[in-house]
Design a protein around this ligand. Sequence first.
Ligand code: PRX
Length: 653
Amino acid sequence: MNDAISSLSKGKRKIRPIAIFSKRAHVKSEKEYNSIYQRSISSPEKFWEEKASELHWFRKWKRTFKWDKRKAVFSWFDGGKINASCNCLDRHLEKNADKTAIIWQGESEEQVRRLTYGELYRETCRFANVLKKKGVRKGNMVCVYLPMIPEAAIAMLACARIGAIHSVVFAGFSSEALRDRILDSKCKLLITSDGLWRAGKDVPLKDMADIALEGCNCIKHVIVVKHTSQKIKMKGKRDSYWHDEVSSRSIKDICNPAENDAEDPLFILYTSGTTGKPKGVLHTTGGYLAYVNLTFRWIFDHHDTDVYWCTADIGWITGHSYIIYGPLSNAATILMFEGTPTFPDVDRFWKIIEKFKVTVFYTAPTAIRAVAKFGEEPVKRHNLGSLRLLGTVGEPINPKTWLWYYEVVGDRRCPIVDTWWQTETGGILITPLPGASTLKPGSAGKPFPGIEPVVLGEDGKEVKADTGGYLCIRKPWPGMMRTVYGDHQKFIEAYWKRFRGFYFTGDGAKKDAEGDYWLMGRIDDVIKVSGHRIGTAEVESAIVSHEAVAEAAIVPFPHEIKGQALYAFVTLKKGVNGDNSLKEALRAHVGRETGPIAKPDKIQFVEALPKTRSGKIMRRILRLLAEGKKDVGNITTLADPSVVEEIIKGIEK
Ligand code: PRX
């Protein structure tokens, strides 16, 4: 331990694994990791066969891996029959029926629920039967628009149980965003709640869903969880309450899990890309489950007595893979929290860790920054002695924040796993293994077994150590997305075309001489605001849909808490006066069109945007200006270079 600290203070910034941690870890040393890694790369099929065999299969697969490179079509465990809900529930009943599966902490302190594996199994069966009664069949799409409550987990597992495909939409998204997603995947049924709590406010979720459903003919039924005190309107035959449905006598307790094909879709999840509307990322069953099951166990070093808390929302991939499918398939006890880190007080996280004796804590850099700004005192108010492992995800973590997390929260005794991955990757790809890896603050460490990252240059050749380039992955792994829902061509174009035969992640990275990866952020038009993934194209089209606006360009600028925030450069229609009230109106408009997370922090009205002679907006220049730079390099290619001077005069500080 002392060694670790002294190397930190000498500025070497390397923290070796802690002996008592390594001793009982799943992967115990760098040497062990190296040998597993080598084996996983030289015989990936064998490696994954072994790991997938730990799950419950109704029938074993016929072919482990098949890949048609040209068409970007691949499959894992083809011919196998499996059910994700059965692996998260039924499989544990013999030994763990009375073990707590979910501890739920509501936004208000006194609201706590606990569900054992036995209870979660029964609730899931009941709700699966409700879905069946409503006419939901294998392959149908079900939209889940819920706050962080146990019903969200039950709804997802119930879909998986009957072979329906869930499409969870983050409850912070607006009606418009919900409608787009429902229409794209033609969902048949929507599960929502009357309201949700956000920093003490009762947000009318059902009302928002009602607006979204205007003009959505595909939704036949809406099931509403009573959660807050929102007064809502229930619509005739379409709407019913969750509790009425599950308590109805016609629902028998047992629902046998469907024998799904390994390659049957498990879920779709919308995420932002470089162009156009969000894409429906499609994940299938067998490979995904095998991947999240193993990554959860090894990366979070799961042991039976752990209380694991991931603060992500169920509406993001982290919620899918590392709140639901990874942990529950390992019979873990998970904590689910409805609230935010700073409400009602800035010590909320630490209070909850102490209250439930959380052992493993997984959160985002933005949340750490949001609480770190209040200093050590709120942390030290609580006994965090139960913690043994910390994790982070969603955006690069700067070394200063990493060290604060390590020293103040983890008391220099808890390793940190900085996990790099994406909605598309299904699970974590680059990460330290806590009992084996030497940690370097700011680096996501090494590839997980079975994963072969490469950093490529513009020319498609691998770059030298310590040189930045495009992060790509060499071959599909079991947890990888299979396609963009309804648009395979888009899948090819977005991920497989830039460097033929490699999966292109959209991130910049460098690998150091010891093989550790340092992520350098997105190199496309995706911006990570508080770890949320925002596509500039979506926000631009939301702004442009406002009647006062002619054109808009969105770029990121560095933000102390959010990591990055949005800066909007906007040109207005003739005769419109760009004042502060219009800025507020535009922010509110984006909130309605997309959701509060997409509201630009800064809006600048400009006469014209910098464009090339062929009419292309030069975002590179706007980005530098938004960062406060005055020297933006060569601007002779611009149709009118004088616009840059004009913009500089009005830059928001
Ligand atoms: O830019 C990377 C960043 O988040 C992107 C993926 O976002 P999303 O699909 O929303 O999934 C987030 C949760 C898995 C990546 O392309 N990112 C994620 N984790 C890290 C990260 N950047 C740096 N370090 C990380 N640990």
